[in-house]
Design a protein around this ligand. Structure first.
Ligand code: ARG
Length: 580
């Protein structure tokens, strides 16, 4: 924590006063930011009850006795040191008020020395091997809002884990196998198509699907084709490979625009054989049972009543979605021996994943508790002018277009600089808007997507974060003052500066909570507040035209604020803009 040293100073004072060790006291100390309108350097407080509990175990004191006890402890603290302004007591806490100027000096000093590492929780906890599986769209089927959410959330988790030093492998597990390929291939044959793009494939798939509904002959043809694929027919497999390659290449291009990169493109097709092998192996045990309808199932009910079960093979022996997921999990564990694996998939698949994890455990994989379904709510109303979203590319284009319009409309208001690459800025802002809109609330909540709201530059939006970042960057570039790390920060006495510094001190806490809870909103809301405080501060704390000493101190404050904003934005998956 940024306030670690301050907490240690207080712990030392208290431990000397009552004869306990610093280690015993340290966990009892809390840092709090005081009311926004008070000029104060914050407060560290120790719970009186807990203190007495450690010093006199078993002793229960009344409120008045607790105050007396607190008074005695406080009286023994004779040298509060340069940071503490005064000590106050009540029946619950002994509070140490920190001198505002010292607090500012202290926090900015910590940021100076930590540099890019500022705010990254340092723990002695061993680094973990983590697998994060996300995005995972289905080839030739629509990329829907659920896939988009999975994509941005997954990338955020990947960034966050990497920031904390964990070893992460990101996997995109494509829906690249299944009966839809039979239909698609039959459609391509019928239309005599040999050259295709993701878009034309989708059109063929839609047409073929409708055809299959009315034309039994066509449906049989499609089934036959898929059967051939499962049997390894080289001709049809080479077509399948071509389609898959084309899709992966189109997707990679679009992911790049979003700033997303996977370590591995995997997919259901990869586990076609191992899924079969797994079913065959399980046939040797009594875990797998033959149902009356010929399917192979595993009973997951606690009492053997079959009230809950999973199906591993159809009556014709073909594998299912869950069979391939089982094979994939087992193969990944063999390959990575991960400590944790996260599946970032919408909540409609909760039953699938609970079945998957239970089955893993049932068939003897005691690591099944390392697998987690990170589920999230639905996005309502995400559509483009052309209608409902089908392609990821369209969402990005739509965001960019909206943003370009806004930018052109506000050209005269001087919000945007004239010499910027308009297209690049519009795209970056549009993408930021989509990501931040998604991260505003807890992951499990559903939300309604509205372009106008997401793209505002003065509300709680991605555009506001970008705008503030660019503004800080411009202050640092254009002020005519150069950055001096030794600037006299004792000069930062204004309430606006102190409040901002307070908030900088809380950055690590926000990162830590986001990590523990796996919730991006912890960082997003931290950054919204940071940007509000920054915009209040730069109206009052002018750098240009101010005496050098003071200008340097203010510039240092803005420079550090920009660094922290930038670190936070990058974890979320945003590319901070320096100009707009
Ligand atoms: N392709 C699936 C879908 O679009 C999502 C895959 C999720 N991951 C998994 N391991 N099952 O619904």
């Amino acid at each position: 924590m940024a306030t670690k040293k301050l907490r240690e100073i207080v712990a030392k004072q208290v431990s000397m006063a009552i004869g306990l060790t610093e280690e015993q006291i340290l966990p009892l100390i809390n840092f709090s930011q005081l009311m926004l309108n008070k000029r104060c350097g914050g407060e560290l407080s120790v719970s009186v009850k807990s203190l007495n509990h450690i010093q006199n175990p078993g002793q229960v004191l009344s409120d008045s006795e607790l105050i007396k006890y607190a008074g005695k402890v406080a009286a023994k603290i004779t040298h509060p040191g340069k940071y503490i302004e005064n000590i106050a007591i009540d029946s619950t806490h002994i509070s140490f008020k920190i001198k505002p100027s010292r607090f500012v000096e202290y926090v900015l000093g910590e940021i100076n020395s930590a540099g890019q590492q500022y705010g990254i929780p340092r723990s002695n906890e061993p680094k973990k091997k983590v697998i994060i599986e996300y995005s995972s769209p289905n080839i030739a089927k629509p990329f829907h809002a659920g896939h988009l959410r999975s994509t941005v959330i997954g990338q955020f988790l990947t960034n966050l884990h990497k920031l904390l030093g964990h070893q992460v492998t990101s996997i995109n597990y494509l829906g690249d196998w299944g009966t839809q390929f039979g239909i698609l291939a039959a459609g391509l044959k019928k239309q005599n198509q040999t050259v295709f793009s993701t878009r034309s494939l989708f059109d063929v798939y839609v047409a073929a699907n409708s055809e299959a509904e009315v034309n039994a002959q066509f449906k049989i043809k499609a089934r036959e084709i898929f059967r051939k694929m499962e049997d390894g027919d080289e001709e049809i497999l080479s077509l399948w490979r071509e389609i898959r390659d084309q899709s992966v290449s189109d997707y990679s291009h679009t992911y790049k625009r979003l700033g997303i990169k996977f370590d591995e493109y995997s997919g259901e097709s990869k586990y076609r054989q191992s899924a079969q092998d797994l079913t065959n192996q399980l046939k040797e045990t009594n875990i797998l049972q033959k149902a009356i309808n010929g399917t192979d199932i595993i009973d997951l009910s606690p009492d053997g009543s079959m009230s809950k079960f999973v199906t591993l093979a159809r009556s014709d022996g073909t594998s299912l979605y869950i069979t391939r997921d089982l094979a994939a999990a087992i193969e990944r564990f063999k390959r990575y021996e991960f400590d944790n694996m996260y599946y970032v998939v919408d909540k409609s698949q909760a039953d699938h994943f609970s079945g998957l994890f239970q089955t893993l455990s049932k068939i003897g994989h005691d690591w099944s508790d390392r697998c987690h379904h990170l589920s999230f709510g639905r996005v309502l109303g995400m559509s483009t002018r052309k209608g409902n979203v089908v392609f990821l590319e369209d969402i990005i284009e739509e965001a960019k277009l909206h943003m370009l319009q806004n930018m052109r409309a506000s050209k005269n208001t001087k919000k945007f600089e004239s010499e910027v690459d308009e297209e690049h800025v519009a795209e970056t802002l549009g993408v930021s808007a989509i990501i931040v809109q998604d991260f505003k609330f807890k992951l499990t909540s559903d939300y309604r997507f509205e372009w106008d709201r997401a793209l505002q530059d003065n509300g709680n939006t991605g555009v506001f974060l970008q705008y503030t970042h660019a503004r800080l960057s411009s202050i640092c570039r254009k002020s005519g003052v150069s950055l001096n790390l030794d600037a006299d920060t004792n000069l930062l006495l204004e309430e606006e500066a102190i409040q901002l510094v307070h908030h900088l001190a809380l950055f690590e806490g926000a990162i830590q909570t986001a990590y523990t809870e796996k919730e991006a909103c912890r960082i997003v809301n931290y950054l919204f507040k940071l940007c509000r405080l920054i915009s209040i501060a730069y109206k009052v704390l002018r750098v240009e035209g101010t005496p050098t000493d003071l200008a340097e101190a203010r510039l240092l404050l803005f420079n550090h604020s920009q660094d922290i904003l930038s670190t936070g934005m990058k974890v979320l998956g945003l590319k901070p803009l320096n100009k707009m």
